[in-house]
Design a protein around this ligand. Structure first.
Ligand SMILES: *[C@@H]1O[C@H](CO)[C@@H](O)[C@H](O)[C@H]1NC(C)=O
Ligand SMILES: *[C@@H]1O[C@H](CO)[C@@H](O)[C@H](O)[C@H]1NC(C)=O
Ligand SMILES: *[C@@H]1O[C@H](CO)[C@@H](O)[C@H](O)[C@H]1NC(C)=O
Ligand SMILES: *[C@@H]1O[C@H](CO)[C@@H](O)[C@H](O)[C@H]1NC(C)=O
Ligand SMILES: *[C@@H]1O[C@H](CO)[C@@H](O)[C@H](O)[C@H]1NC(C)=O
Ligand SMILES: *[C@@H]1O[C@H](CO)[C@@H](O)[C@H](O)[C@H]1NC(C)=O
Ligand SMILES: *[C@@H]1O[C@H](CO)[C@@H](O)[C@H](O)[C@H]1NC(C)=O
Ligand SMILES: *[C@@H]1O[C@H](CO)[C@@H](O)[C@H](O)[C@H]1NC(C)=O
Ligand SMILES: *[C@@H]1O[C@H](CO)[C@@H](O)[C@H](O)[C@H]1NC(C)=O
Ligand SMILES: [Cu+2]
Length: 580
């Protein structure tokens, strides 16, 4: 009898869980989301904006990704997915796979065991802001807010550049940009457009799912005349929290309920405003705002948004998860990461954790785990410049992050969400274990968290997901200038449980990437890192970023001076009539 019921239960479960298969052809298409100019963007099956995916918990996803870009490699990361048991489907090249070379196909195959709002994006260096990113949702059969809303709507926020990432990156990490000023976006977008109209019905409640899929800029977000009831953050259902304005950093997601008015005479602006504190200078022509409208009556006016004097967004630290998961017990393992921005010996500006600016290993770190036997527990194997940390299975881990930079940064951990124990305000300096606010009994959890300028945070998670998981700033510029660490979680467990499919190994061969041995590709002596990729050498002692700026400007002056001397020197000669 029991077995019969079990069988029925298993059958019902199997019936609701679908297999969702995609055949995706990644190609260049043309887009013009802000109406100013066409530019090439990366599309899927000839389409951009990319398809919004809508899974149900328990679904199996099979995505066959064919790279038809011709001139760039690619990859896909499923942002926020735990990939529990399928670490090799996580997406970052040089970490859990090799790049998908032009002309080749690579299959992602995994089961979705979470719920909420997520997104998918390229994890190839600098690529996703060129278009390869979109929001996705996972329906929860046990949605705690069922009955509290009538319909759901997805909405993305992003920043937009007219130039393509490879050339922007070349200018960003460059001796001519010694202060590391990030390229300022050309426009703000909402749902990959502007002036979007969202028809609504009076009296209905909508669940809005918002994701910032941008490269750089956080956005303040609000809806005039309506308050938002936050119910989800980064895939975690929260107790309802009223907010008039939220702050959505790159890679963060929020869901909130909005109840419509009964009065249909007016329409209301929905505003996204890029956080210009992140920009070194604001070009006078930049409109850093984007507007959409809740449209009750299409024939009524769509008013301009009112000016806001001060941004006072909701503090995500105060959110409480519906599941009531309490603060995990004290940490077994504490990792401290000090963040700074500085120049290296080539004069360009880089980003550092503990004075190391991340450089990709020659062998994807997961493949090093699988091919180095018992040495896999030794962080040395993964190379010094990948910032590797080896975690024991099921231990409790604290990450203390001290931000020695004067900017805000959204940090993302792959493979987990984490409890946020403390996240003090601007200028709080380093975390002091002997002097901090008491930690919440039921901390909020998310997978992407802002640290404030010259301040810190402390987050806690359980190492219950064997895999190699990156921890990095989600500002694409900072990720590309090295603000990344590598968590190698339960490597010996991975060796017992994971096997890499043939098409993944073939991706290494096609891209000429080594797939065995330590970070340097040494398959005999795992502690010998000769030939490993290294970061650019530091500046000689005594040099400072300020010195570099002075040096660059005097060099430019010298070059200009020299050029004019040459020009004057050459001029008479070229003008001398030929003797015959
Ligand atoms: C992908 O799209 C390109 C450009 O439209 C086309 O030439 C190619 O045949 C497509 N490949 C596949 C596998 O669909
Ligand atoms: C949206 O409207 C503003 C104000 O009229 C305009 O400047 C902008 O170009 C519009 N954007 C698009 C994509 O049409
Ligand atoms: C996703 O599908 C469910 C039905 O399975 C539907 O209720 C929901 O509105 C869809 N969400 C989106 C964003 O399309
Ligand atoms: C690849 O080709 C596309 C389409 O022609 C072009 O826009 C893009 O700049 C190229 N990428 C690189 C890295 O050259
Ligand atoms: C946002 O865009 C996606 C597709 O690009 C669409 O499915 C969705 O309905 C749009 N959201 C709103 C609120 O219009
Ligand atoms: C709209 O009307 C309904 C039914 O009369 C009422 O229950 C509800 O409170 C009203 N909503 C608002 C926002 O006034
Ligand atoms: C953008 O919105 C903010 C907040 O209302 C306002 O202060 C600012 O002037 C707006 N900027 C532009 C360029 O319209
Ligand atoms: C403890 O931290 C608070 C807040 O940052 C600070 O004002 C205070 O001076 C600190 N106390 C000690 C003893 O360091
Ligand atoms: C991964 O799966 C294992 C085994 O089912 C479970 O114990 C663990 O909690 C899961 N980890 C995460 C992050 O979901
Ligand atoms: Cu950053």
């Amino acid at each position: 009898m029991v077995i019969y019921f079990l069988a029925v239960a298993v059958h019902l479960l199997a019936a609701s869980a679908a297999t969702v298969t995609y055949n995706w052809n990644i190609t260049w298409v043309t887009a013009n989301p802000d109406g100013q100019q066409d530019r090439p963007v990366i599309g899927i099956n000839g389409q951009w904006p990319l398809p919004v995916l809508n899974f149900t918990k328990g679904d199996r996803v099979i995505a066959h990704v064919h790279n038809a870009l011709g001139n760039e490699s690619t990859s896909l990361h499923w942002h926020g997915f735990f990939q529990n048991g399928t670490n090799h489907m996580d997406g970052p090249p040089a970490t859990t796979q090799c790049e998908i070379s032009p002309g080749t196909t690579f299959t992602y195959d995994f089961t979705v065991d979470q719920t909420g709002t997520y997104w998918y994006h390229s994890h190839t260096r600098g690529q996703y802001p060129d278009g390869l990113r979109q929001i996705l949702t996972i329906q929860d059969p046990e949605d705690p807010y069922t009955g509290h809303y009538d319909e759901e709507r997805v909405l993305t926020l992003s920043d937009w550049y007219y130039d393509q990432m490879p050339s922007l990156l070349q200018g960003f990490i460059n001796v001519l940009n010694p202060t590391g000023a990030e390229p300022v976006p050309n426009a703000a977008l909402m749902n990959d457009t502007q002036n979007l109209t969202i028809p609504v019905e009076p009296g209905k409640t909508y669940l809005f799912r918002v994701a910032n899929v941008g490269a750089f800029a956080s956005q303040y977000f609000w809806i005039e005349g309506h308050s938002m009831k936050i119910v989800e953050v980064d895939g975690v259902w929260t107790k309802p929290a009223e907010a008039d304005m939220i702050y959505v950093a790159s890679a963060q997601r929020y869901s909130f309920l909005v109840t419509m008015k009964n009065d249909t005479s007016k329409n209301y602006p929905i505003v996204g405003s890029m956080d210009t504190d992140l920009f070194d200078k604001i070009p006078p022509t930049l409109n850093f705002n984007v507007t959409s409208w809740l449209v009750y009556d299409d024939s009524a006016q769509k008013p301009d948004p009112s000016q806001i004097d001060e941004f006072q967004p909701f503090d995500d630290f105060t959110l409480v998860p519906v599941d009531g998961i309490e603060q995990y017990e004290a940490a077994d393992h504490t990792i401290t990461l000090d963040v700074k921005m500085d120049n290296l010996g080539n004069g360009a500006n880089y980003a550092f954790f503990n004075d190391i600016s991340y450089v990709m290993p020659k062998v994807p770190t997961l493949y090093s785990v699988l091919t180095t036997g018992s040495a896999a527990t030794n962080p040395v194997v993964y190379g010094t410049d990948t910032n590797p940390f080896v975690l024991q299975k099921d231990e409790i881990v604290d990450i203390i992050l001290n931000n020695d930079d004067t900017g805000k940064h959204p940090f993302h951990l792959h493979g987990h969400n984490f409890q946020v124990l403390a996240r003090p305000s601007d200028d709080s300096g380093h975390y002091d274990p002997n002097n901090h606010t008491s930690f919440p009994a039921v901390p909020m959890r998310r997978d992407t968290l802002i640290v404030y300028p010259s301040s810190n945070f402390i987050i806690r998670f359980k190492a219950n997901n064997p895999g190699v998981w990156l921890f990095h700033c989600h500002i694409e510029w900072h990720m590309d200038s090295g603000l990344t660490a590598t968590m190698v979680e339960a490597p010996l467990e991975l060796q017992k449980t994971l096997s890499i499919p043939k098409d993944h190994l073939e991706a290494c061969d096609a891209s000429g990437t080594l797939r065995a041995g330590n970070a340097a590709g040494n398959t005999k002596n795992f502690e010998d890192l000769t030939g490993a990729n290294r970061m650019v050498s530091p500046l000689p002692e005594g040099f400072t970023g300020r010195g570099i700026v002075a040096l660059v400007f005097s060099c430019i002056a010298a070059v200009l001076g020299l050029a004019s001397i040459i020009w004057y020197g050459l001029a008479p000669i070229t003008q001398t009539p030929a003797q015959s």
